[in-house]
Design a protein around this ligand. Structure first.
Ligand SMILES: [Ca+2]
Ligand SMILES: [Ca+2]
Ligand SMILES: [Ca+2]
Length: 178
């Protein structure tokens, strides 16, 4: 477990130390949106890191509430911890409260982890789904396994939020290359 937690700790430090890499992964409840694990309320500058795991056919759903008067950037990142950068090879989707897909990604810039950044996101409830490559439908059609870190942050793009936005930028954020 130690290498995994070290990896999560590094992400926590980059997120400003405001989060803890707790293991949150309620099986089998979180295989559907109705049983999603709740990650809490996000306002300007909030960032959270959790650790979870995938096994073949497993899908993990999470739910957050964004509480903001001004739309901001929601950034979600999965990072493979069992074999960093490689295993598990995740796919990541972000959905609105009605389960309309807002963003999806398979591979980040230099990792088989995934990243989705949504600009101008208003207040509301959102779902985050994590599955294994190539299950872009989040139906469990994959054979990936291993631990991953999920980082979620929300930032309103003002000068005061620049440091955190820059930090989030270091962790990913190009769209998937086809
Ligand atoms: Ca899981
Ligand atoms: Ca699951
Ligand atoms: Ca991937």
């Amino acid at each position: 477990m130690r290498p995994m937690l070290c990896g999560a700790a590094a992400l926590v430090l980059c997120a400003g130390g405001a989060a803890h890499g707790a293991f949150i992964d309620t099986e089998p409840n979180n295989n559907t949106p109705a049983g999603a694990d709740y990650l809490g309320v996000f306002g300007d500058g909030d960032a959270r890191v959790i650790v979870a795991s995938l096994f073949p056919s497993d899908v993990d759903w999470f739910r957050i509430d964004v509480d903001t008067d001004i739309p901001g950037f929601l950034t979600t990142i999965t990072f493979p911890l069992t074999n960093p950068n490689n295993d598990p090879d995740t796919v990541l989707g972000v959905f609105d409260a009605d389960l309309n897909l807002l963003g999806i990604n398979n591979d980040g810039t230099d990792s088989f982890g995934s990243a989705v950044r949504l600009p101008a996101l208003p207040a509301g409830s959102y779902y985050i789904a994590v599955s294994g490559n190539p299950d872009m439908q989040f139906a469990g059609q994959h054979s990936q396994s291993g631990f991953y870190a999920l980082t979620v942050s929300f930032v309103i793009p003002t000068p005061g939020a620049g440091a955190l936005a820059a930090c989030a930028g270091l962790l990913t954020l190009r769209r998937r290359r086809h």
